[in-house]
Design a protein around this ligand. Structure first.
Ligand code: ATP
Length: 340
């Protein structure tokens, strides 16, 4: 009973918060946090707008978790301002907690606490359809299991249920699919998509760039506690890994003619020809749009190769390029979400 009271007051009961008129659910300016004199987060600016799913991506130690911990009032910034739903996470912690659902990287519950008890403890009067959530995340058979007896993936699913239980306005998920099997991962992705469709704002910290590409409206790439760039996954790919590779074989041809003709195709940057047994292997590099134009060129030529291959860069390629790039951040917060 004592535990119930303690946790209930921890999650707060006051849901009568006056919503902020500011469209930014999260607004961070100049956030700085150092450990032992070493900056983990370094003058970070970040906006997350209502209804967006935003992904924080970056290498290990980039400062992502520290930043989201500051958003939840779990760490005191050394400098800068942090506002979540217009409130200060440190000073307005009690008002904010019922409105923010979190699944943290380092979450833990008492080993002996059962799943049903955890749900009971974390439910506020905003809680809705706990049973549906439990079923959706496959925890139905575990309702009486103790936390300590569950596998890492099952514990992770429980944290997701707890994060979503009170219909939060902002959900913060730190490495949400870590340790989940492929089916559970898909289930979690579809739940995040449903949250987005229902208008919940989601801030996602992830190393899974396929996850970021599928789920995020916008990603923010961080290195050494600073924002390197932000935009839609497609924008980051186009800016930092825009080169597509198209390859196919053609019958023996006049190489010069082929290079001249392909060289006129829109978006093509370079062409390599390698003779092989059946003719010539052609490799074309170019902007993403060159894929369509080379396709049209092949159709016009009337000889569609059956070994046509296209390699399209992805967010992982973009992030690797970004992380390898020169030191300083290149962009201020992306405000495109304000227009949604
Ligand atoms: P990861 O992807 O590995 O989870 P991250 O981007 O979330 O990393 P943080 O966990 O925020 O990064 O860590 C940023 C830096 O701060 C790292 O160099 C880390 O070692 C350091 N750090 C984090 N927490 C502490 C702490 N409690 N005490 C001292 N240093 C810390």
């Amino acid at each position: 009973m004592c535990l119930r009271l303690a946790l209930t007051s921890m999650v707060g009961m006051n849901s009568s918060l006056t919503p902020s008129a500011d469209p930014a659910v999260v607004r961070v300016r100049g956030l700085t946090k150092a450990y032992g004199g070493r900056a983990a987060v370094d003058a970070l600016d970040l906006d997350v707008f209502a209804g967006e799913v935003v992904g924080l991506i970056g290498a290990n130690g980039a400062g992502k978790t520290t930043a989201v911990e500051c958003l939840q009032g779990l760490r005191r910034p050394d400098a800068g301002t942090v506002r979540v739903l217009g409130l200060d996470p440190l000073h307005d912690a009690d008002r904010l907690r019922p409105l923010v659902g979190s699944q943290l990287q380092s979450s833990a519950l008492p080993d002996r606490l059962r799943v049903s008890e955890a749900i009971d403890l974390f439910s506020t009067r905003r809680a809705k359809d706990a049973k549906g959530l439990v079923e959706r995340f496959g925890l139905g058979p575990h309702l009486r299991s103790s936390f300590g007896s569950m596998s890492g993936g099952e514990q992770q699913r429980l944290f997701l249920v707890l994060a979503l239980l009170n219909q939060p306005r902002l959900v913060i998920l730190d490495e949400l699919t870590q340790g989940l099997d492929p089916a559970a991962r898909r289930e979690v992705w579809s739940s995040v998509a449903q949250l987005r469709d229902a208008g919940t704002t989601v801030l996602l910290v992830t190393h899974e760039l396929d996850e970021a590409e599928i789920l995020c409206d916008r990603v923010v790439a961080v290195r050494s506690g600073k924002v390197l760039d932000s935009g839609t996954p497609a924008e980051l790919v186009a800016r930092h890994a825009g080169i597509a590779t198209i390859s196919f074989g053609v019958d023996a041809v006049d190489g010069d003619d082929l290079i001249r003709s392909l060289g006129r195709v829109t978006g093509v940057d370079d062409i390599a020809l390698v003779p092989d047994i059946s003719g010539t292997q052609v490799t074309v590099h170019g902007e993403r749009s060159s894929i369509a134009h080379v396709g049209a060129w092949l159709v016009d030529r009337g000889d569609i190769p059956n070994d046509l291959r296209v390699e399209v860069p992805d967010l992982e390629a973009a992030l690797l390029t970004l992380l390898d790039g020169p030191g300083d951040p290149v962009r201020t917060p992306d405000l495109t979400g304000a227009l949604r």
